[in-house]
Design a protein around this ligand. Structure first.
Ligand SMILES: [Zn+2]
Length: 299
């Protein structure tokens, strides 16, 4: 009897708690292509959204294609937050065919794109080879810049508020909080890169994914890869000679890519090879870490 009473109390308490909270609102199903965009979406959507990330951690976004299981997940999503990557624009018609109700939001819309280093028609980059149109020759790695992310975050908040007007105020407040975080990251990076002498502001990177970061903080990025592949010995020689004159001490490689070439260049230059991932899930921690390793390599 006593046991029953306890059970009854637990039952009533549980009922009261759930009654007070009201019916659980159904979180919005939000799909994104790459992990940093999920970071932004979570900051703004919090508990009101559930996310699906297409490109798995450590995978190469350039060669990515959605798996059938992901297509099924996508068919349940209401919103897709695109960063305008090649695979995203290439797959958009199929995503929409599989899920006609899917609203695709270009978070990068309105951002000024820079050309990829290595330039235009004479230097076609295989990794960005949807390059038939002009846009694809522009640098797609927009999220490595705090300034760009401010813009992307505002687009995301606007999309959430439109899709779920009941919680518009929450999204606006979350956006304001996230903008503060972005400002803090930006200020930290600005001061981390501020003291670096002009002749040490160059860096090499296998795949040039850090162009917008370089732009923001006055660094100079040069790519090791050529047309998306390992450079020829001759090209490599020219690259090393160039890097010697500009005093390069830092070489970035992505974990998704081979570091063999980078290591041999590093030896020739007395530079350090640092593994940094432009697709890391914790965007803020990642940019701070990049600034930290860059500085420490110059010591
Ligand atoms: Zn890329």
């Amino acid at each position: 009897m006593r046991k029953l009473l306890v059970l009854l109390c637990v039952f009533i308490a549980g009922f009261a708690a759930s009654a007070k909270a009201g019916p659980m609102p159904k979180p919005m199903q939000v799909a994104v292509g790459v992990a940093p965009v999920e970071y932004f979406a979570r900051k703004i959507g919090g508990q009101l959204i559930q996310t699906v990330v297409l490109v798995p951690a450590g995978a190469d976004a350039h060669t990515y294609e959605p798996k059938p299981s992901q297509m099924r997940e996508l068919s349940r999503a209401g919103l897709y937050l695109s960063a305008g990557l090649e695979f995203e624009t290439a797959w958009e018609p199929r995503l929409k065919a599989a899920n006609p109700g899917l609203l695709v939001v270009r978070t990068d819309q309105g951002l000024a794109r820079m050309p990829m280093p290595g330039g235009h028609d004479d230097h076609h980059d295989d990794r960005h080879k949807a390059a038939r149109d002009h846009e694809a020759e522009m640098d797609p790695h927009v999220w490595v810049s705090a300034a760009n992310v401010r813009h992307m975050a505002a687009r995301i908040a606007e999309a959430f508020a439109k899709a779920d007007p009941t919680h518009a105020k929450v999204y606006t407040a979350n956006l304001a909080a996230f903008q503060k975080e972005i400002d803090a990251v930006d200020a930290e990076l600005r001061s981390a890169f501020a003291g670096i002498p002009a002749d040490k502001r160059g860096f090499l990177v296998f795949h040039p994914a850090w162009g917008y970061l370089a732009r923001d903080y006055g660094l100079t990025q040069a790519a090791i890869e050529f047309e998306g592949k390992e450079p020829s010995p001759r090209r490599l020689g020219a690259l090393i000679a160039q890097a010697k004159t500009t005093g390069v001490k830092v070489i970035f490689v992505q974990p998704q890519m081979s570091r063999r070439t980078a290591e041999s260049i590093a030896q020739a230059l007395g530079a350090r090879v640092l593994v940094v991932d432009p697709l890391a899930a914790d965007w803020a921690a990642n940019l701070r870490a990049v600034a930290g390793v860059f500085r420490s390599a110059l010591r």
